[in-house]
Design a protein around this ligand. Sequence first.
Ligand code: B4P
Length: 191
Amino acid sequence: MFNIIIFGPPGSGKGTQSVKIAEKYGLTHISTGDIFRSEIKARTALGLRVVSIIEQGALVPDELLLDLLKSAMDKHPGTGGFLFDGYPRTLQQANDLEVLLQENNTAVNIVLALDVQDDELMQRLLNRAKIEGRKDDTETVIANRLGIYHSQTKPLMDHYDDKGKLEQVQGTGSIEEIFNSLCNVIDSRIS
Ligand code: B4P
């Protein structure tokens, strides 16, 4: 199996690039944000539990992520690998993922970190708000999400760098240019 984490601040293009990478490399795309949004839409117990957390731009508690991830992975036995999008976001989640993958005799191969400045992120997400109307894409909530990214999620880059798994990629430019840079990095790790 070949497993990739795509990592970056909100609005860095994780979701956009994940769809393209998963298709090109035949990976199973797991987006924890997409899973939460579909649970909220379907008004499940989990959706009702997390809706206000997500609308405020806070992180869903780590313990809720573990079961969710296990069941998402269990739906794809025999996959060639997973592309984790928006997970892990805390050190606890990174440790949980490591254990979960070890239980399946596999591991994270690469962490692709998209680098984009905060002012560009704010602009992208305010633009998305006009198109998609996501409740967590208001100026105040975006600022909260960026703050949480810098304090709780960004430190994970050192964690994966220490393990020799981190690859930083410039996240500005056209979607195709960024995709090509990501593919170059993946190809260099596969061969
Ligand atoms: P996510 O859905 O992961 O939200 P996100 O960080 O905004 O990522 P998204 O994929 O939507 O955006 P992208 O970077 O692709 O999570 C939402 C919420 O769920 C979190 O705030 C949290 O509450 C909760 N949650 C999820 N996972 C969790 C976890 N593991 N632990 C705890 N809580 C969790 O950016 C896309 C935007 O940028 C698009 O509008 C796109 O058009 C634009 N864009 C992309 N590439 C571009 C480019 N090259 N140039 C210009 N614009 C570009």
